[in-house]
Ligand binder design. Structure first.
Ligand SMILES: Nc1ncnc2c1ncn2[C@@H]1O[C@@H]2COP(=O)(O)O[C@H]2[C@H]1O
Ligand SMILES: Nc1ncnc2c1ncn2[C@@H]1O[C@@H]2COP(=O)(O)O[C@H]2[C@H]1O
Length: 404
């Protein structure tokens, strides 16, 4: 007679999940991939346990910030009772976080996220004045651009204000990721340590966001961020970032994977590199005639046309070489083509004005991600920049040296 063997609960799902991942990703080393896969699941279970708080208790932030008062975070159901006029506490970075073991970024897969809609929703109460400032600061944040309205509101609800002083280390390279930050004001240096030497690789100047990488890929912080002056940030806790942004990335990958594969500029990148671009990009829609870039402006992002068309106009020059205000069309870009790279590559102001022709949608990548992820494509861009010069010579008889 056959005895019945009891299969432990969850075993089937665990093995199924692993098998599906193997079929999707076809890793060269199954054992190594298994270690990464199950470590990630274990890590995520631990995070879930940390983040799960009984719904009758106030939601506590995971780690790292001291509140200036004892005011707790509130659950959604308590939100309506909130006294909006009360000034709401501001938190400042305190010591270091608990270290989290690094898990390979390549093994990251946003589809793995379980349906965690049951997670308690974090609501940090804000005054009307704080809410306005927060909305302003978040208006151009690319990671929020592809969120549904409802998800975006949840993000705003969960965010909390952080005031910083000069020399405050908001993030230290190598630490665990606790929060994602949106800049309201202040200048922040970015340092990356390589071979024991810390190099300032850039700065955030009163706008932008940082701290997404460690949360997206469950890796240690990839850079140190130091405030150079008094500033204000808005933090988003790791659990909410996972629930809303990382989950949205799975949707973004499905939406843009095929398109990004066909962008000629990105052909030389590995699939995983292209997916990292998808993770950080935002989408912006323009109407006919909208000005997307203005000649002479400071540059902070790069564009790929997803649908529609843009025209590139340059202020013409007089015989004496002076700029006059008439604009001359020098080029058009349509689906799969890019623009706005020149100022990022040359570190100069925008060299042309770009307008939407008809309804147009562009994918947008910020300067930090551009520098981090598009390095391998710089040579192709530089070759194309040489063509701009030829074009300008043909049009105006001369060109400023665009590559310098
Ligand atoms: N060159 C860079 N390399 C790594 N991180 C960078 C760089 N420039 C800006 N950053 C930001 O610095 C952050 C440090 O924490 P994270 O690794 O979570 O996310 C990182 C990015 O948001
Ligand atoms: N002939 C041209 N001269 C300058 N910019 C051009 C030209 N043709 C296309 N462009 C694009 O227009 C963009 C304007 O912003 P950027 O200078 O950042 O990058 C520029 C290029 O991507």
């Amino acid at each position: 007679m056959m005895s019945t063997v009891e299969i432990p609960a969850g075993l089937k799902e665990l093995l199924q999940g692993y098998t599906v991942e193997v079929l999707r990703r076809r890793p060269p080393n199954l054992a190594e991939f298994a270690v990464q896969h199950f470590t990630r699941i274990l890590e995520s279970q631990r995070n879930d346990q940390q983040a799960k708080i009984p719904s009758t208790e106030p939601v506590q932030k995971e780690v790292n910030f001291e509140s200036d008062t004892d005011e707790p975070n509130k659950h959604e159901e308590e939100e309506e009772e909130e006294e909006e006029e009360e000034p709401v506490p501001v938190k400042r970075p305190s010591g270091k976080t608990n270290r989290r073991t690094a898990v390979c970024a390549e093994a990251y897969n946003p589809d793995d996220d379980e349906d965690d809609d049951t997670e308690p929703r974090v609501v940090n109460p804000k005054t009307d004045e704080q809410r306005h400032r927060l909305q302003d600061a978040c208006r151009d944040i690319l990671l929020f651009k592809t969120l549904e309205q409802e998800q975006f509101s949840e993000v705003l609800d969960a965010m909390f204000e952080v005031l910083v002083k000069p020399q405050d280390h908001i993030i230290d390279q190598g630490d665990d990721g606790d929060n994602f930050y949106v800049i309201e004001k202040g200048v922040y240096d970015i340092f990356v340590q390589k071979d024991g030497v810390s190099i300032c690789v850039g700065k955030y100047d009163n706008k932008g966001s940082f701290g997404e990488l460690a949360l997206m890929y469950n890796t240690p912080r990839a850079a140190t961020i130091v405030a150079t002056q008094d500033g204000a940030l808005w933090g988003l806790d790791r659990a909410t970032f996972h629930r809303l942004i990382v989950k949205n990335n799975a949707k973004k990958r499905r939406m843009y994977e095929a398109f990004i594969e066909c962008v000629p500029l990105l052909k030389s990148l590995e699939v995983s590199e292209r997916m990292k671009i998808v993770d950080v990009l935002g989408a912006r829609a323009f109407k006919d005639g909208d000005r997307i870039i203005t000649q002479g402006d400071k540059a902070d992002c790069f564009y790929i046309v997803e649908t529609g068309e843009v025209k590139i106009m340059i202020k013409s020059k007089t015989k004496a070489g002076q700029q006059d205000n008439a604009e001359v069309e020098v080029a058009r870009c349509s689906r799969g083509q890019y623009f706005g790279e020149l100022a990022l590559v040359t570190n100069k102001p925008r060299a042309a004005t770009v307008y939407a022709v008809g309804e147009t949608k562009c994918l947008v990548i910020d300067i930090q991600a551009f520098e981090r992820l598009l390095g391998p494509c710089i040579d192709i861009m530089k070759r194309n920049i040489s063509q701009y010069e030829d074009q300008l010579v043909a049009l105006f008889g001369s060109s400023d040296d665009l590559k310098q």
